[in-house]
Design a protein around this ligand. Structure first.
Ligand code: PMP
Length: 358
């Protein structure tokens, strides 16, 4: 058992095996005489790392051939602006579903470039559920429909992919690779790497080819999906070491049995933690049961005075980064792919013991 469990929302825990392999290969990658950090991105060694990275992601997500996969910089936040500037084309409007803090940020980012139609919002109930599909108002003239499949702060997750005739755009930053998704249902998927894929510094964009070639004139090449796709995301020097680390995480995931296998474990971890919260009288989670996230689980203590004590004792016992987001308060346990089931079970035991003694 590790001496600590890291429940950080992101950057977050990485598989111990990956960190050990990176450590072992740090100074001399596979007898190349170089660290991956020191390699030319155009050299044969790094090109082999890049090729494996692309292939492993395609394999793990079963990405169809008519999609390009880009590994960019600037975080998901940069994509809030680069999505409209790349794929609006001649359209002037885009539809957004607002289910929490990250949807709000995506909406704000797009507003500079187009008329944003908020097709549905759960702001009025404090983002504790996903608005019913029957209430969504979709403008068929819009360029795309954007949603956030998992709200990292509010702990809300879509259990299925919305049906729409518009190209569907999804910010999968906090649940990519945690469960099987049918990529062909999407126009564009994007995600910052720092939760389920590796360290911060790389943003993945998976884009259907028919949405390319529509960028606003004047958009710098490094931000232009078509130009980056033409250059295999190497229009300029990529974040080479981060690509390598993501590659190790993807290999680790394959060794676990892939996305379908980790999905089963993720469901079990989340179900156990929610059950513990629901049956306690100290902890509670405000999210509608059907819309609860399997990745980020916020919970409130009935007595706010106990927050600091809880965090202090948790830390002493090796449970790290449980403090809730400042806009939400309370606690949040982020239990991404790399959080072992033993970590969740140990947290549940700690929580029960804390409730008993306080
Ligand atoms: N979207 C979601 C769902 C997120 O959780 C985050 C980061 N926590 C972001 C976007 C922003 O990502 P970045 O900081 O990489 O720009």
């Amino acid at each position: 058992m590790p001496s600590t469990y890291n429940f950080s929302a992101g950057p977050s825990v990485l598989p111990a095996e990956v960190l050990k392999q990176a450590q072992a290969e740090m100074l001399n990658w596979q007898n190349s005489g170089m660290s991956v950090m020191e390699m030319s991105h155009r050299g044969a060694e790094f090109m082999s790392i890049a090729a494996a990275l692309h292939q492993d992601l395609r394999d793990l997500m079963s990405i169809p051939d008519n999609y390009k996969v880009l590994f960019l910089q600037g975080g998901a936040t940069a994509q809030f602006s680069f999505i409209p500037t790349n794929i609006l084309g001649n359209h002037t409007k885009a539809c957004y579903i607002n289910t929490g803090a990250w949807s709000e940020k995506a909406i704000k980012g797009a507003k500079t470039y187009c008329d944003v139609i908020v097709s549905a919002s759960s702001e009025s109930n404090n983002y504790s559920s996903i608005p019913a599909r029957s209430e969504w108002v979709i403008d068929e003239q819009a360029a795309y429909l954007h949603y956030t499949p998992n709200e990292t702060i509010h702990g809300i997750e879509f259990s299925d992919v919305p049906e729409t005739s518009l190209p569907l755009v999804a910010d999968m930053s906090s649940n990519i690779l945690s469960k099987s998704v049918d990529v062909s249902k999407f126009g564009l998927i994007y995600a910052g790497a720092q939760k389920n894929m590796g360290p911060a510094g790389v943003t993945i964009v998976i884009v259907r080819e028919d949405l390319l070639g529509r960028a606003q004139t004047g958009l710098p090449g490094v931000f232009n999906y078509q130009k980056q796709a033409d250059q295999e995301s190497m229009l300029n020097t990529p974040a080479t070491y981060n690509w390598y680390l993501i590659g190790l995480v993807l290999q680790w995931l394959k060794a676990q049995g892939g996305v379908a296998a980790i999905e089963v474990i993720n469901q079990r971890k989340a179900a156990a933690l929610y059950a513990a919260i629901d049956q306690s009288s100290l902890y509670s989670n405000p999210v509608a049961v059907a819309d609860r996230s399997r990745m980020n689980i916020p919970f409130i203590l009935a007595d706010k005075e106990l927050d600091a004590v809880f965090l202090k004792e948790a830390k002493q016992q090796g449970f790290l980064a449980l403090k809730g987001h400042r806009s939400f308060g309370g606690m949040r346990a982020s239990i991404y792919n790399a959080m072992p089931e033993s970590g969740v079970n140990a947290l549940i035991q700690f929580m029960a013991e804390f409730e008993r003694t306080h």
